[in-house]
Design a protein around this ligand. Sequence first.
Ligand SMILES: Nc1ncnc2c1ncn2[C@@H]1O[C@H](COP(=O)(O)OP(=O)(O)O)[C@@H](O)[C@H]1O
Ligand SMILES: [Mg+2]
Length: 230
Amino acid sequence: MLAVNAIDVFYGESQILTQLSVAVGTGQVVCVMGRNGVGKTTLLKTIMGLLVPRQGTIVFDGHEIGHLTPYERARRGIGYVPQGREIFPSLSVRENLVLGARRKRPTPESLDYVLSLFPALSQMLEKRGGDLSGGQQQQLAIARALISDPKLLLLDEPTEGIQPSIVQEIAAVLQQIKGERTRSILLVEQYLEFARSICDHFYVMEKGVVALEGDREAFRVDEVSQFLSV
Ligand SMILES: Nc1ncnc2c1ncn2[C@@H]1O[C@H](COP(=O)(O)OP(=O)(O)O)[C@@H](O)[C@H]1O
Ligand SMILES: [Mg+2]
């Protein structure tokens, strides 16, 4: 589904990712972990086309997509939930969702689908996004990415700074999506028990390279947490 092959990514002259390779199979959930500043967000932005690698390739759904704009990548089926959510605070929940559907209007089915995943949002469609709690905004951001029916969902720390009850709701939704087996998920996550419970494969990054990877059976919370402690 997705293969990131040996990418080098820079901000100006500072190299952030070095020969980094990551793969996500169809229907798989793959988690990326690592300390702050190791390049996790940089990786997702590069997959989305917001940053351009100096070296390496990105293959999505059988095609090299390195030359495509972020908009074209979204049209091909990549959904992105950025770190910090970035919903539109002055627009209503409904308007935020409509924007997720991009040029197309959301079909009634797609709206029903995301509201079935996040029933709380259906009570708030006319509320301003900025008036939602942090956890509700995160749910809105995920719903907005799902409304265009992506084949691959990129999620950047969806549980960061969110109250535990909503973390559980988000975890349940991601499990449900996984159960549908039609979408792949690349999840950047620091909450290790959650990552382990949902991932098929995991990567731990250190300073722009993969330091540890494995399938879920090989995921030891104590081992991974050693890479995260300062
Ligand atoms: N816009 C930027 N300009 C320059 N350096 C940046 C920029 N954004 C991030 N960085 C640097 O790139 C490195 C990786 O950042 P990031 O990908 O956000 O890490 P993570 O998501 O793992 O915390 C950090 O050293 C960070 O300071
Ligand atoms: Mg980040």
